[in-house]
Design a binder for this molecule. Structure first.
Ligand code: ADP
Length: 455
């Protein structure tokens, strides 16, 4: 990265310097031409005031002061004859451009040209300017702009090298600083993949982006850790719930084998095995049903369902059980309330909620089931005055196999509410729960009422 930046920096500096030097060369050469033009004008006025002798003296004086090997001046007749000149010893090879001479003699502007002489370095800038009728002054001088550009490039070479080294050093330092945070995150990821699951990326004040990356990375790791923990807890629960019926089946079979003698004892064993197996199958099927509903692969037989009727039937179904436990069930339902749904799934959903409400409410308590219809949704609420749930338990009650009652004194495997939530989700509804320990719980489910919505 540092090399890339240094390369880009070098290239752009080079382009910037190149355009600057070209601009400067243009300015310098324009200045030189203006100087030559004003020289021609000056000599023209000298010729007018002091005549040819005054002009000759001035030509020699001017060339001597600037250096006879750097500057020459020649007064030419329009046919090319030389009327006067400065010391031309070092300018033997400089010729007369007849065309330029003619053009200068004929017009009122100066004619410029650049001449290369093998013995002279740099090139010579030559001007032909009319100073009097029939008299053209030719002035030549070494191009200063060439020298300027040469000096400029020489200086530039040294400065550019120093600048590039400096920029590369600064770039390297800054890239190292910027990437050091990334390296730490990478190192942490490597350590975690090697087994140090509790390692986290350090968060220092290195820049907003890197700290955000480290925070997000750590957040992701915490989430994965929580997920692994809940999966572990779930698999422990599954193992526990599978072990109990299998242990019972084994116990009954072993006892029948060692002590059982009659056919009826063997029949009892077979019946108990079937019952236990049915329970196991129900559990496994419920797990599969939850997965299908959550994934959206479950087949729903959608139709217009009167949930008021479904609630009424469910209440009647649980009435005897509630009565046995001295619990009153109240139903506050309208005459009818239609939603689109799978009636069997909705019946099962209500059965699960009512079963829990009765199961976790002690004698003398009440369970109130109500249906409330608004324009766009129907809300079923199941409220009890039972045990309630703690704030710590509430976020987990919809997890598979989660049971708040750690002692597992009540029957159940912790799949009922998972199925309820999956069914609500499959019907495009919402579920809310409010609960406080010792005071009871309220489960509230809302379904969209729009008949046009195909679920
Ligand atoms: P379970 O088969 O144990 O009833 P659920 O998934 O239906 O499983 O419920 C999960 C847990 O939520 C239950 O074990 C229970 O602790 C708690 N719970 C559910 N409904 C209620 C309720 N109405 N009152 C108190 N606790 C409840």
């Amino acid at each position: 990265m540092t090399l890339w930046y240094a390369g880009i920096f070098t290239l752009s500096s080079f382009v910037a310097f190149l355009s600057f030097s070209m601009l400067m060369a243009g300015v310098v050469s324009k200045r030189a031409e203006e100087d030559l033009q004003s020289d021609v004008a000056e000599f023209s006025s000298i010729f007018a005031s002091k005549g040819i002798d005054g002009l000759k003296a001035e030509i020699s004086r001017e060339a001597a002061s600037d250096g006879v090997d750097k500057v020459f001046l020649r007064l030419l007749a329009t046919n090319g004859d030389q009327l006067a000149s400065s010391d031309m010893a070092s300018w033997r090879n400089i010729g007369i451009d007849r065309t330029a001479l003619k053009r200068a003699a004929g017009g009122d502007s100066c004619i410029f040209e650049t001449v290369s002489l093998p013995e002279k370095e740099p090139d010579v800038r030559v001007v032909y300017g009319l100073i009097a009728p029939g008299k053209v002054l030719q002035i030549g001088e070494l191009e200063e702009d060439d020298q300027f550009i040469e000096a400029f490039w020489e200086g530039l070479g040294i400065e550019m090298t120093a600048l590039i080294l400096f920029a590369a050093l600064i770039g390297w330092f800054m890239a190292r600083r910027a990437l050091s945070g990334l390296e730490e995150v990478t190192r942490t990821a490597e350590e975690i993949s090697n087994g140090a699951l509790e390692r986290r990326a350090p968060i220092k004040a290195r820049g907003v982006e890197l700290d955000r990356l480290a925070t997000t990375f750590n957040g992701m790791l915490d989430r994965i850790r929580d997920l692994i923990a809940s999966m572990r807890e779930m698999s422990d629960n599954i193992a526990h719930d599978l072990r109990s019926p299998i242990t019972r089946i084994r116990g009954v079979a072993e006892m029948t084998l060692t002590t059982g003698k009659t056919v009826s004892e063997y029949e009892t064993m077979a019946a108990s095995t079937i019952e236990e197996c049915d329970q196991l199958l129900t559990m496994i099927n419920t797990m599969l049903e939850i997965s299908e509903a959550e994934l959206g692969t479950q087949k729903l037989e959608m139709q217009e369902v009167d949930v008021a009727k479904v609630v009424q039937d469910a209440c009647e179904l649980f009435e005897p059980l509630a009565e046995d436990q001295n619990i009153s069930i109240y139903a506050e339902i309208p005459e009818s309330c239609f939603v689109r749904g799978d009636i069997r799934k909705l019946q099962r959903l209500l059965a699960n909620l009512l079963d829990n409400a009765v199961k976790y409410t002690s004698s003398g308590g009440t369970v109130t089931v109500s249906v409330d219809q608004k324009d766009d949704e129907a809300t079923i609420s199941v409220k009890d005055t039972g045990a309630g749930m703690s704030e710590d338990d509430l976020p987990h009650i919809f997890d598979r196999f989660y049971r708040c009652d750690r002692s597992r004194s009540k029957p159940g495997v912790g799949l009922g509410l998972s199925l309820v939530r999956a069914t609500v989700k499959a019907h495009g509804g919402k579920i809310n729960v409010a609960s406080s320990p010792g005071e009871g719980s309220t489960f509230e489910i809302s379904f969209p009422r729009s008949t046009r919505k195909q679920l």
